[in-house]
Ligand binder design. Structure first.
Ligand SMILES: N[C@@H](CCC(=O)N[C@@H](CS)C(=O)NCC(=O)O)C(=O)O
Length: 212
């Protein structure tokens, strides 16, 4: 039995953060497929036994279940010593970018892509336009941060970068715009993260693609 189990599905960029981290640290892990598109996260069983918040990712380890990708990344970084921010200042700086990413970057990209690709009926154009405005602004802020820096905190990749990876490798057609073209420093950063040993695409790393 592998050391870690990750409840996830291929289309979830939130879960991808945890799956990618497990792979980057060379952990012994296996995915547990969650059938989000059939409503599994909304069932009383899932909320009762797996995650009261009704979300993926969930990391099962040593009889515990951890949720929230930022918590999972912190847990895995502390256990492995890899991608770990060093010292109080870096720890707070990583947390600052993880929260910003969760709320403002991938926090908008995820629902935007969902409404464009998967929702039936598709999202209201006014809602999509609102999200797109926020996405452009927040990716712009992130792009500026990465100009002249290799990674979010500087020379070394940390869990802040793993968090930011969330939705950034899904195909441009799923968003209807090309993130790297509009935000070149994010594009260059994305290639540096892609080059890290253990990197894999979300559709390769997690089950459920194409949607069953
Ligand atoms: N902040 C959370 C977000 C998790 C999240 O929103 N997961 C989505 C899938 S991408 C989910 O499970 N949604 C369940 C639902 O809407 O029923 C994290 O980073 O772990």
């Amino acid at each position: 039995m592998p050391e870690y189990e990750l409840y996830c599905f291929a289309q979830s960029g939130n879960a991808y953060r945890a799956a990618l981290m497990l792979n980057l640290i060379g952990a012994d892990w296996k995915p547990v497929f969650v059938d989000f598109f059939k409503g599994q996260t909304r069932t009383p069983e899932y909320r009762g036994e797996i995650n009261e918040m009704g979300e993926v990712p969930v990391l099962a380890h040593n009889g515990r279940k951890l949720t929230q990708s930022g918590v999972i990344l912190t847990y895995l970084a502390r256990r492995s010593g890899k991608y770990l921010p060093q010292g109080d200042d870096e720890e707070l700086e990583a947390l600052r970018w993880i929260i910003y990413d969760n709320q403002k970057v991938n926090g908008f990209l995820g629902p935007y892509r969902f409404l464009k690709n998967f929702a039936k009926p598709a999202g209201d154009p006014a809602v999509l336009a609102f999200f797109k405005g926020r996405i452009d602004g927040n990716l712009g802020i992130t792009n500026k941060r990465l100009e002249g820096r290799k990674f979010l905190l500087g020379e070394r990749p940390t869990i802040a970068d793993v968090s930011l990876a969330g939705y950034l490798y899904y195909p441009a057609e799923e968003f209807g715009f090309d993130i790297a073209k509009d935000h070149p420093a994010i594009g260059a950063w994305r290639e540096r993260v892609r080059a890290l040993p253990g990197w894999k695409h979300p559709y390769e790393l997690m089950p459920g693609y194409p949607i069953p």
